[in-house]
Write a protein that binds this ligand. Structure first.
Ligand code: ADP
Length: 478
């Protein structure tokens, strides 16, 4: 309705202009040409009459009969008092009416305003367009040796040009009518098409809002509405992907939680249902229950960590020395490495500062080094190094362990992804360690990659933007 109305208002304005301007302009043009022709005609007649010393009806009639009336409707000549000496519309004398004879022109006075004004010495011209005709009058004094000896008054009623102007007006009016009807139809159609597309978009938003993420729009053409439809589809694609990831995560997580719970139940049932169980065996079973419970705790802790990474903003960042943090982390993991018979080698350079939090950075280092120990052979090695490369600080954790098959490399950062499920589980893994690493690193503006290490094992590299140290004591030096 609004669209249609706004089109209509614009077209109404155009139509008003179309109906007034050409008519007014041609009317003005005709007025000007009438004024010129009537003035020159009056001037010609006046100058012919000026030849006469004094005006008398006979002389005037003689002169006037010689002149061409040039399509004029009426010509009047008066004496200085306004008494009509000549009237071109006077009835023929030889056709007198029955009964009372009309008074001859000589006894009538022309009391027109134009005549009065002309007798005062003015040139008068007046024209108007009315009833499809132009009525124009002109009057002029007849001057002989500086004396006004009479006036001439002419009247022209022009029907032909009046009708021409009228038909122009009529034509414009019918054209306008056609345009108005067309505009009405077109604007209604246009707005119908436009609002139909908006309605389709609204409907689609509502459907997707209700959870049907597979719904898509068909973009038509290349205009803004089509772009809007495409953007909507992109958005819904992303929404669908996010939703799928969320669903998979929930189902994976519940599956992961179900397994240790089932083991705990099985172990507990066995203890309950076995009469006179060997105390040694009971202890073993209870120890197993304990380790399953520990696994549950680890999984829930990891899940909580991931949820926090997803939902909380980056928070405050501090200046952190990566080498110092790694030093502490390696010290923490040394007993684990010793137990596994793995040797840790380090190369931690100074001056590698980044913006992060100690907890987050240490979590990243811990997970990577712990994996390097877990997926290693006894007597294997772990290499931890921190160094600066251009404007980045790199943290590398390599090992001489099992390595990761090429096809699994891109997937190891996915949640719950494990190359060797049994080994991971046996080593107490949850399949979430590397996801936590990736999410944490990204939160602080960094990146992480995994690749095979030459000649064996794997190599994880984490990069953070280097925090350029502020120049100290600069003020003092100056
Ligand atoms: P998990 O808790 O199972 O260790 P992660 O997310 O830390 O989970 O790792 C995912 C998988 O990637 C592991 O199950 C393992 O198969 C593989 N992986 C991770 N680090 C290494 C490594 N240093 N060497 C070989 N395989 C690794």
């Amino acid at each position: 309705m609004k669209y249609a109305l706004s089109y209509l208002v614009i077209f109404a304005m155009v139509l008003v202009l179309l109906n007034t301007y050409p008519v007014v302009a041609s009317q003005d043009l005709l007025f000007a040409s009438k004024r010129d022709s009537l003035k020159s005609q009056t001037a010609v007649m006046a100058s012919a009459l000026m030849e006469l010393e004094s005006l008398s009806a006979d002389q005037v009639a003689r002169v006037m009969n010689m002149l061409d009336s040039m399509g004029l409707t009426r010509i009047l000549v008066t004496d200085p008092a306004g008494l009509i000496l000549y009237d071109s519309t006077e009835p023929e004398k030889d056709e007198p009416e029955e009964g009372a004879e009309p008074p001859p022109a000589e006894y009538r006075y022309a009391l027109y305003q134009e005549v009065v004004s002309a007798l005062r010495g003015n040139d008068v011209f007046y024209t108007r367009y009315h009833n499809q005709m132009f009525t124009s009058t002109a009057a002029m004094p007849i001057v002989y040796r500086g004396m006004v000896i009479g006036s001439i008054y002419i009247l022209e009623v022009d029907r032909a040009q009046g009708e021409l102007l009228y038909s122009l007006q009529q034509n414009l009016r019918s054209i306008s009518l056609v345009i108005a009807v067309m505009t009405l139809v077109m604007s209604t159609l246009f707005s119908k098409v436009l609002t139909a597309r908006i309605a389709a978009l609204l409907r689609a938003i509502r459907i997707v809002g209700e959870g049907e993420y597979g719904h898509r729009l068909q973009p038509v053409g290349r205009d803004e509405m089509a772009q809007l439809a495409e953007e909507f589809n992109h958005l819904t694609d992303r929404l669908q992907t996010t939703e799928e990831v969320r669903r998979r995560f929930v189902s994976d997580a519940s599956h992961e939680l179900k397994t240790p719970l089932a083991s705990i139940r099985l172990l507990a049932d066995s203890i309950l249902q076995t009469d006179e169980m060997d105390p040694e065996m009971v202890r073993d079973f209870v120890a197993d229950i304990g380790s399953e419970a520990e696994r549950l705790t680890r999984i829930t802790e990891h899940l909580l960590a991931l949820t926090k990474l997803d939902s909380l903003p980056a928070g405050q960042q501090f200046e952190v020395d990566v080498s110092q943090v790694m030093e502490r982390t390696l010290a923490l993991l040394q007993p684990v490495a010793d137990a596994a018979g793995v040797i840790i080698e380090r190369d931690l350079r100074a001056g590698c500062k980044i913006l992060c939090t100690e907890d987050d950075l240490s979590q990243v280092g811990f997970n990577l080094v712990e994996n390097a120990i877990k997926y290693n052979y006894p007597g294997g090695k772990v290499f931890a190094s921190v160094y600066r490369d251009g404007d980045q600080v790199l943290l590398e954790v390599g090992d001489t362990g099992l390595g990761i098959p090429e096809e699994d490399l891109p997937k190891v950062f996915n949640r719950f992804y494990r190359v060797d499920k049994a080994r991971s589980r046996a080593a107490g893994g949850t399949g979430l360690g590397l996801s936590i690493v990736r999410d944490t690193v990204r939160r602080h503006g960094g990146w992480v990659t995994a690749r095979p290490r030459n000649p064996e094992g794997s190599l994880f590299t984490v990069g953070f933007p280097w925090l350029v140290p502020e120049e100290r004591g600069k003020g003092e030096a100056e």
